[in-house]
Every structure is written in C-alpha cells, then in structure tokens.
Design a binder for this molecule. Structure first.
Ligand code: ATP
Length: 317
C-alpha cells in the first residue's frame, strides 16, 4: 500500500530551506493571504500555483521582504523574526516586470547592479550572460529585446550576488513557446549546475509540471495543498476510485488479492493504480467479505483539470 503520509515525512526528513507559519496579509477586510504554511526544500524547484489573484505575488513579496505580513512568521536558512534581515541577501527575486534601463545593453544593466553590490570579479557578468543565454547580444539595447529576453535578463539581475534561493513570479507570462522553453532551460540549469533552490509562481500548471519537483497550490489566499511531483503524477494518473464507508476494512482484501499499488486517500476513498480491468472481481470479493461499496469508477484526470477541480471549476482568467 502507498503510504498517504509519506510525502509529509519526506518533507520532514529533507532539509527545509524556507517555511512559513500562518503567513497572512490582509488589506482591510480582504484576506489576500490567509494562514499560509508553506515548505520549500533545499534544492527544490517549488511550483507555486494559483489562479490570477490567488495571493502568489503577495506571499512572495512578504518572503522577499518587499511587504510586511499582517501576522504569521517566515523562517528561512534557520533564521526568523528580526534575524531574517541577515539572510535576505541570500534571496534573488524577480517579482513583476524587471526594471531595466532600455538604452543600455544586457551587460551594462548587469554591471550597474554589480557596481552597487561592490562585485568586481573578472568574468562575473559574462558567466551570468552565459547562464541566461544572452551572451550573443552584446550590442543590442534592452529596449529592443523580446519579452523573453527581458525576463531572462530579469533572472540574470536576480542572480547577482549568487543567491541560494531564487524567487520568480510568473516568469513565463506572455511568452511564446520558444521563450517559455528558454526560461525553463535556464531554471533547470540553475538548479542542476548552481544547486539553487527555486520558487516559481505561475497560473499554468502544465508548464510548471515540466520542471517543478514540488508544488504548493494556493486559492483565495489559502494554501490548499503541498505535494511532490510523484504525488501529483499519481493523483493525475489513471486509477480505480472506490467509495466506501470504512476504507481500512478493505485493505486485507486488496492485499489478499495481490494488489500493491493502491492508497487509502481519505475516510471514504481508496485509489487503486493497477489492474483497472478487475473492478468487478474486486467488487465481488469485497461484497463476500461483507464490505459494501458505494461506488467504483475508473478516473483519468489531466493535470490542468486536477488543478481546476481543486480550485473550483472552470477557469475564469
Ligand atoms: P496575479 O498573478 O494576478 O498577480 P496573484 O496570485 O499573484 O495573482 P496577488 O497579486 O497576490 O495575486 O493578489 C491577491 C489578492 O490581493 C488580489 O485579490 C489582489 O487584488 C489583492 N491585493 C494585492 N495587493 C493589494 C494591495 N496593495 N491593496 C489591496 N489589495 C491588494
């Protein structure tokens, strides 16, 4: 049997780089972010997914110190409260559109920030240009850049100072498929080559699913779910869904029939991920054991519809 609590244990066992506790931001009576408990593991690409207005940007602004929580706590790199200021320099962020000087090249834009931070290392800017794939546009002024190039330069600016945690808010918004692929490639390189932890907010689960290792799903200011890539894939894979009153009672029957790939998901449901053509036989064996089931069906859910169901129906952005 697949252990439903395994993911939570995984989170406990791995090193947590950032955690929020009841993080909240209220604007008057409006709860933009409401008691969010988020966990980002070291080395993860954390996909922070939610529709427009769900509270992603507000959360990320509080984490990066651009906005103050109404209440709640943030802990990162083992620091919290007033001590957080000591480690905020370890965060690089791209929230909303990057502030670029249009009359300057990518190199010159990066150079300004390097000077501000007192970074003089030879080859430093060239390395960043290399990572973000802008090493071939030396003379081009950024006002002539495509949206994707501007976003990549925004990521480049966030990389100055070699942050351990990179926060990217909707970096693929408005990009064409090639632009999206380039950003994706940049993010994966940063995780693999620089061992960076990356939190990337988006409203497109399909795109995040190509790179994210972990997910947090936010809706109306509340974090509905945190799950690993494996858990998400399992939830979206084809399965037999059995509805019954006491799922645990069915476990010995499933075991005796040789089922191993199944999960008791809550007080009313078991998901079986194998031998989907044996539902009638399973139904019969359960009935013989005196276990009456309320329903048995084969479910196949697409990623996007999983997200839409969770966040309440058809998309409206
Ligand atoms: P989007 O991708 O559209 O930016 P989001 O998930 O990032 O969505 P937020 O920008 O965090 O959402 O906004 C969450 C909610 O808080 C929204 O209802 C928004 O209108 C509200 N909000 C954000 N900033 C403010 C503010 N300064 N004053 C009042 N309300 C705000």
């Amino acid at each position: 049997m697949i252990d439903a609590d395994k993911n939570k244990e995984d989170i406990k066992l791995s090193e947590i780089l950032l955690e929020t506790r009841n993080l909240s931001k209220h604007y008057g009576h409006h709860k933009a972010v409401d008691n969010v408990n988020m966990h980002i593991k070291k080395g993860a690409i954390y996909g922070f997914i939610g529709r427009n207005g769900a509270g992603k940007t507000t959360c990320l602004k509080m984490i990066s110190g651009l906005s103050k929580p109404t209440y709640g706590e943030i802990e990162m790199f083992g620091y919290r409260g007033k001590d957080l200021e000591k480690v905020r320099t370890r965060i690089g962020c791209l929230i909303e559109a990057p502030g670029l000087y249009g009359n300057m090249t990518a190199y010159e834009n990066l150079n300004i920030k390097c000077k501000l931070l007192g970074i003089k290392q030879k080859g430093y800017i060239e390395d960043i240009l290399d990572i973000i794939g802008l090493n071939n546009v030396e003379k081009k002024k950024t006002k002539h850049f495509s949206l994707g190039m501007k976003q990549r330069l925004g990521i480049g600016l966030a990389l100055i100072g070699e942050p351990d945690l990179l926060i990217l808010d909707e970096p693929i918004n408005g990009l064409d498929p090639q632009g999206i692929a380039e950003i994706r490639d940049t993010i994966q390189r940063l995780q693999k080559e620089k061992n960076m932890t990356i939190c990337i907010a988006s409203h497109i689960l399909e795109e995040l699913s190509k790179i994210a290792t972990d997910y947090g799903i936010i809706h109306n200011g509340s974090l509905l779910q945190e799950l690993t890539r494996d858990e998400l894939m399992r939830r979206c894979s084809e399965r037999m869904e059995i509805t019954l009153e006491h799922p645990r009672q069915a476990v010995p029957i499933l075991d005796s029939m040789g089922f191993v790939n199944y999960q008791v998901v809550d007080k009313e449901h078991i998901h079986v991920f194998e031998r989907l053509n044996e539902s009638a036989q399973l139904n019969m064996e359960l009935a013989k054991a005196g276990i009456m089931i309320k329903g048995i069906s084969i479910i196949s859910e697409e990623l996007e519809s999983y997200f839409l169901n969770l966040t309440g129906g058809a998309k409206h952005d």
